[in-house]
Design a protein around this ligand. Sequence first.
Ligand SMILES: Cc1ncc(COP(=O)(O)O)c(C=O)c1O
Length: 433
Amino acid sequence: MSPLVPAAIIGANLSVHSPAVSFTSNWCDMNPDLSKLQPYPFEKLAKLKAAVTPNAALEHISLSIGEPKHPAPAFVQQAMIDNIQSLENYPTTKGMPELSQACAEWLEKRFKLNAVDPLSQVIPVNGTREAIFAFTQAVVDRSQANPLVLSPNPFYQIYEGAAYLAGATPYFLPCLENTGFNADFDSVSDEVWNDCQVLFVCTPGNPTGSTLTTDDFKKLIALADKHDFVIASDECYSELWVDGKQAPAGLLQACAELGRDDYDKCVVFHSLSKRSNLPGLRSGFIAGDAKIMKPFLLYRTYHGCAQPIQTQMAAIAAWNDEAHVEENRRLYTEKFQTFLEILQPVMDIEQTDASFYLWPKTPIADDLFAQRLFEEQHITVLPGSYVSRTVDGVNPGAGRVRMALVASVDECREAALRIRAFVEKLNSEAEQA
Ligand SMILES: Cc1ncc(COP(=O)(O)O)c(C=O)c1O
C-alpha cells in the first residue's frame, strides 16, 4: 500500500492540480493515473445542495443534468420490442452493416458530404461518452515525450479523464465571452501544438452552446496537418439548433468543402441521446478517417463494447427519421424563448448558438447562486466553475451557471419565473448593501 500522488505534469497549463481522490490507508495499489480523476461535477453539486434545506413548499425543478425529458419516439421503442429476440445472439463489435449504412447516409445528407464508406469510416458506439473515452486510449501514443490532449474549458469532463488514463496530460483552452465562448486557437503556441496528439472540440458546446464554423474547422485542419494531431469533434448536440437559425456546421463538412474525402486526421462523434431523446438507449457512432477507425475497431474488440442487436435496430429507426427531431427543436426553441423573455430584463442571459443550454452570468458567485436558488426556489442548476478548471488563476466557468432546458415547457416557464423572483431579490439585496 502506498499513498498515490499525481505525477508531475510537465507542459500542462493547469496552475492548480490537487489529487481528486482522497487517499486513505486502505487504498490499494492500482493504476496511479486514477488518482488524477476529479470528482464528477454532480458529486460536487450534491454536496453543495446537501448543506441547505430546500423550500419544501415548491416542487423541485431540475435544470442541472443534460438528460432530455421529451418522450422517446414510440417507433424507436417498437423497433426495440420487435427485435427483442436478438437477446439470444452476440452482437459484433463492428455492428450491423445496416446501422453503419444508416449513419453514413444520415451524415452525407446532414453535412453535405460526397461519400462516407459505412464499412471503413463508421463505427457504432454505446453512446459517445464511452466512445470519447475509448478513442483517447486508442489514439494517444504514450511513448512520446509529452503527449497533450487539448480540450475546451469549460468542458465535458470525459475529455480530461480519458486523457489522464491514456497517459496524456490535458491542456485546457479557455472559452470566454470575448471569443464567442470558443477557444482562441491562434493563441496556442507551436510548442503546444507539436505536443498535441488529440484536439477535442465540442460544437455545439456543452455548457456554452457555442458553435464552430466550417472556416474555423478548416483552420484547425491546417494545424492538424502542420503539427500532426487528430481532431476529435464532439457533435452530440449538432441537431439542437434554434428554429430559424442555421444548422451547426460539422468537421466532416469542412473536410468535404476542402475535397478531403478521406477525412484525414478527422473524426466526429454523434449520438442519439440528445437528438432523439434516447439517453437510455446508449447509441451513437464515430465516423471519419479510416486509418484511425481500423485500429480503433481492433481496440474495441478487446474492450468488449459491442452494441446489442435490438439497440442497433432501434438506432436504425431513429437515424432514418427527422420528424421527431424537428419536434424536439420546436420544443427547445419555445423553452429558450420563454426563458429569455422572462429573465433578460433582470439578468445577463443570452441565446446560445445551439444545444439546450443557457449559460448566464450570475450576480453572485456561481456556487452560492446555485445553492441559494436550490434553497429558496427548489431549482437545481450547475455552477459553471464545476465544469471548468482554473488555469493561470482564471476559471472560465466562474460567475456563470449552466441551465439545461430539459424540463417540460410548463416546468421551464415556472422555473424561469422563480429564477426571476430570486434574481430580483438578489438585486435588491445588492442595492441595499
Ligand atoms: C458534450 C457531450 N459529449 C458527449 C456526451 C455523451 O453523450 P452520450 O454518451 O449519451 O452519447 C454528453 C452527454 O451529456 C455531452 O454533454
